[in-house]
Design a protein around this ligand. Structure first.
Ligand code: ADP
Length: 489
């Protein structure tokens, strides 16, 4: 399917009479975590493809696993626990690789294939991620895995950016040879292959820059490049990611090397309860209407008079809590000090307070977890994306709670835009013979480009931010308590 997709994209571009010979560099964005298994002997086929035929006709027998595991696969819990055990625990694995073991990550997926289909593992000469797989099709040989996507495998040492011997051994035997080398996201994968030159009239000097995952490409496309830059995507799931200067191991987030520079990290948090939970509260308390929902946000006071809610319509990852709703009112809230605050549990609030408790709660949780993972607080700026970023009341609350300006972008497709930008970045670094900061591509020129952001909400009043800080600390305490009482292991 992926091979055919590339054929289709390039054929369609050809049919628009695009002059491929003018393209100097290509990079790409592929879904994170998916893995591809090449059969023994395929490197020779890849290097000698017939440009008169589509790729799909020539590569149908190239894979030892026909259905690639992707990010939605959650069948490897046993392997996750086993890998963590070998390296000395979940936190130790997070310290080593940037994340504790996750079912969708390529390492546990590889271990499962090795355990359940040893003959398939034996017959595999190379394992690619979807990103390096697509780059391989463009260069006609196996491409390296880039540092950022490589960190989403539970196999790479996050500090040295090399394969971790310990993690490899915990996963499967003789694995390093099958993974090939790692490379920075801005490195050249190779020159475009003879096949693509002949078939599409690419210039033979066209550079293929390392492909990477969709979230890292979004970071590039949203022009996040400085520590303290944060993006919050309010979609079906809510995602927060940003640039941090250090790696703080934790059980709850993900740390990758930044895809746009040599030193910093990309930190990411994923919440399962995003828009569908907001819609649920809107439907139950605000007449199914975003207008009523927003009117409630406007008529209730900041801090909600100490009314605090925890809404999990889905099993939540962050914190790991089961489906359920919890509401409390903080007593002595007017005191503005943490010491006297005591929570009184209740079953329901008035409708307007429910709406504010939901949004304040989601944003306070993001702020607390982001700080715990090493993202600067307050952030330098937030770029909001996703369906709910159309809601100005939510953006205004975000600015008040985080204490920084909130921007929105002009275009929805930040991942593909980021890939194009990274292609230019890789090309520039190659031309200079050394790393060049990515912002030199667009500094002082953003207004004229589709990368431009619009200021949508100004940072809140510092006194209010300080009060939200107090509420955030209290909320984190209550959250920990809920996890102790109800949490899933
Ligand atoms: P996905 O993650 O599936 O790509 P989107 O980023 O497209 O989702 O976001 C879709 C969601 O945006 C819808 O589920 C809807 O709840 C939400 N949404 C749309 N408009 C508003 C609004 N004005 N206020 C809050 N949420 C909104």
């Amino acid at each position: 399917m992926w091979v055919e997709a590339l054929d289709t994209v390039l054929e369609r571009l050809k049919n628009t009479n695009l002059d491929f010979s003018k393209i100097v560099a290509v990079s790409g964005s592929a879904q994170q975590h998916g893995s591809v298994y090449w059969k023994k002997g395929v490197s020779t086929i890849l290097a000698s493809l017939d440009s008169k035929k589509p790729l799909v006709d020539q590569l149908s027998g190239a894979f030892s696993v026909n259905e690639s595991p992707i990010w939605m696969d959650c069948s490897t819990t046993v392997q996750c626990r086993a890998i963590e055990k070998v390296v000395g625990g979940a936190l130790e694995l997070s310290k080593l690789t940037g994340s504790c073991a996750h079912e969708r990550y390529a390492g546990p997926q590889i271990r499962k294939i090795f355990e359940t289909q040893p003959e398939v593992y034996e017959n595999t000469e190379r394992i690619s991620l979807v990103s390096s797989f697509m780059a391989s099709l463009l260069i006609g040989e196996y491409a390296c895995i880039d540092h950022t996507d490589g960190a989403g495998m539970n196999l790479m040492n996050i500090e040295s950016r090399e394969w971790s011997e310990k993690a490899l051994q915990a996963t499967a035997p003789d694995l390093e040879r099958r993974l090939g080398r790692l490379a920075p996201a801005y490195a050249v994968s190779g020159l475009i292959s003879k096949y693509n030159v002949e078939r599409y009239n690419f210039n033979r000097d066209c550079l293929i820059i390392q492909w990477s995952g969709d979230n890292p490409n979004s970071l590039a496309g949203l022009t996040l490049n400085t520590p303290g830059d944060i993006a919050i995507s309010l979609g079906t799931s809510d995602t927060l990611f940003g640039v941090a200067t250090e790696h703080k191991p934790s059980l709850e987030g993900h740390t990758f090397p930044s895809p746009v520079d040599t030193e910093n990290y990309m930190v990411m948090l994923v919440y399962k309860n995003g828009s569908l939970t907001r819609e649920d509260i809107r439907n139950r308390y605000a007449d199914h209407s975003w207008d009523v929902f927003n009117a409630y946000l406007q008529q209730t006071p900041p801090l909600n008079g100490g009314k605090m809610g925890f809404y999990y319509k889905e099993h939540e990852i962050l914190p790991p809590l089961p489906i359920g709703e919890h509401r409390c009112i903080l007593e002595n809230f007017a005191n503005v000090s943490l010491s006297g605050l005591k929570e009184r549990w209740v079953t329901e609030f008035d409708a307007p307070s429910e709406v504010r408790a939901l949004i304040e709660g989601q944003l306070l949780s993001m702020r607390a977890h982001a700080a715990r993972l090493g993202l600067p607080s307050p952030p330098r700026r937030i770029v909001a994306t996703g369906g709910a970023s159309a809601n100005e009341c939510i953006l205004s609350l975000m600015a008040s709670i985080f204490g920084c300006d909130v921007y929105t972008v002009q275009r929805p497709d930040s991942a593909s835009l980021g890939a194009a930008l990274r292609a230019a970045h890789g090309w520039l670094c190659h031309k200079n013979g050394a790393f060049v900061p990515i912002e030199s591509l667009y500094m002082d020129k953003l207004e004229q480009t589709s990368l431009n952001c619009k200021l949508s909400a100004r940072a809140g009043d510092p006194q209010l931010v300080a009060k939200y800080t107090m509420l955030m600390i209290k909320r984190a305490e209550i959250e920990n308590d809920l996890v102790r009482r109800l949490g899933r292991s």
